[in-house]
Design a protein around this ligand. Sequence first.
Ligand code: ATP
Ligand code: MG
Length: 349
Amino acid sequence: MTLEPLPPDVALRTINLKKYYLVGGLFSPKRTVKAVDGVDVELRDEVYCVVGESGCGKSTFARVVIGLEEPTEGDVLLRVSDGVASELSRMGEEVVENTVSYRRLSPKGKRIVKRDIQMVWQDPYSSIDPKMRVWEAVAEPLLVHKLVKSKEEARRRAIEAMKRAKLTEDLADRYPHQLSGGQRQRVVIARALSINPKVIVADEPVSMLDVSIRAEIINLLRELHEREGLSMIVITHDLSTTPHLCDRIGVMYLGRIVEEGPTEEVLRSPLHPYTKALLAAVLEPDPENRRRKLEVPIKGEVSAAPPKGCRFRPRCVLVDERRELLERCSEDEPPLTGEDHKVACWGAQ
Ligand SMILES: Nc1ncnc2c1ncn2[C@@H]1O[C@H](COP(=O)(O)OP(=O)(O)OP(=O)(O)O)[C@@H](O)[C@H]1O
Ligand SMILES: [Mg+2]
């Protein structure tokens, strides 16, 4: 089968992406954790946020999307830059209109593709080597990908990347412990920027930071999208970070996207009972908005394995109110349907 190229405005697409882990062993029975369980997401020229509570599979999704882990099933299509496309073609890899499929690439091809997709990790303390100077940490990906010929060039390109992340040149020779939390996270961002990727995947980029500096990092990411045209997937458990940063939101529950749409629309008129519950949990500083905050409870804890039918059913209050839904919700998994604003809920369709 030939590879279907992505449309020009699509940077990345996941196709029925699944990642299962086999857990248990000596003292507990073996079972499969379906961390990501059939995700179809399209990243356009935008910032796309994946939102959901702890353990729903957000980080696993990120790791598979950047190619750090192999999917159990499904695929990731990526639109690569001209340089990467021609290098891959020279190596005999399959590239159609700058589109590549992770599944079809060789391990070497996958390594080259990583030039176009970079990760920003949650923890700025553990994601930079404490023994490296700032410029060295920022330049490291340039060396890994052999994109510089000399130490001088590496330093110059690192300082350029630092400036794009709003770090001043005088910080270049410092060590990580001599920086503030916000500066450290900028170093992590500069490091991702150093090799000029087209896509950035950021996993909880502000959750470890002091509340007072979260906004600057969010603004920086937004600016990088607007000024440099970087497409981004940002992962967060906190809906309140999304309005200023994200164009679209995908709400993840137990490994699946249960609602997706333009940020404003999803926040203003959520369709899925889970999204409603997440929204109700967000502290709303604006009294105007607080008044219309939705009073939607959620039952119990997230279950370890999804049940038959709708995976949210055991926690759903809608199905308690509308008993006529129960049979369908217990039997069939609702698909994600709709035009721009999509939902996977029998009660909302
Ligand atoms: N390497 C692994 N081996 C086994 N199970 C794993 C592995 N990585 C993740 N999991 C399991 O997969 C599920 C999803 O984990 P993941 O870290 O992706 O969630 P998350 O949404 O990022 O959570 P958090 O908000 O706490 O970071 C969890 O049940 C987790 O225990
Ligand atoms: Mg995580």
